[in-house]
Every structure is written in C-alpha cells, then in structure tokens.
Design a protein around this ligand. Structure first.
Ligand code: CA
Length: 124
C-alpha cells in the first residue's frame, strides 16, 4: 500500500544515518576523531563532550572533566591505548587497538574509566 511504500522509501533514505534523533546530523560522522588522537565521549555513540588525547604516560581523566564518565571511544593513533578503571593507571584495564572504536562500552567499563595511557610509552 501507499503507506508501506512511503515507510520503505524513508528507511532507504536513512541508510547510513541515525534517524529521528535530534542530534542525528552530528552522530552520522561523530566518530571522526582527528588523525593521531584518542577521543573519548561522555555519552554512548560518540555523542556529547569529547576530550582528545595524544601525549604519552599515564593521564588521569579528572582534569579533563570526564573521570568515570566516558561512554564511547575512538583510537585514531597509530598504536594502542590502554584504558584503566582506577586513577593513576591502576586497576582493571583494556586495550583499545589502533583504528578501533566503540559506541558502547558495556556496563563494567561504562562511566568507570579514570585514567589512560598510550601503550607505546611508559605505563604503570
Ligand atoms: Ca557517560
């Protein structure tokens, strides 16, 4: 029926874009973290406040206003980064490989990252 055709057309038009959300225009390419950086977002799906990182050594996220708040990430650096639940690069950790990104972090990691370290530098 006509209604079904209209719905199908709308779905095809929306391929590659997150529909209906007021912020869908920015979400579409939001994971475009600049080359060479690790980007963290305060919200899932690469949305909201986004500090980005490039320096070596352990970095606490508190001074960047995102301690225990990161909910998605994208690693545009040529090597991996390590993300830690504890401050000063302590506690459980996971490795974010070069080029990888995650729009969701899972309940154990979501809003629980407190420090990060570029893996090719001195990490505790
Ligand atoms: Ca968050």
């Amino acid at each position: 029926m006509a209604g079904d055709e209209a719905a199908g057309s709308r779905l095809r038009d929306d391929v590659g874009v997150t529909p209906t959300s007021p912020s869908s225009i920015t979400i579409a390419g939001a994971w475009d973290c600049a080359d060479g950086l690790l980007c963290l977002w305060v919200n899932p799906d690469f949305a909201g406040y986004k500090p980005s990182f490039w320096g070596g050594g352990c970095q606490n996220l508190g001074p960047f206003g995102i301690n225990d708040q990161a909910s998605s990430w994208h690693n545009r650096y040529s090597g991996s980064w390590t993300l830690y639940r504890g401050s000063d690069c302590t506690g459980d950790r996971f490795v974010a490989p070069s080029g990888a990104r995650a729009g969701q972090m899972g309940s154990y990691w979501n809003d629980n990252i407190s420090s990060i370290c570029r893996s090719d530098t001195i990490c505790p």
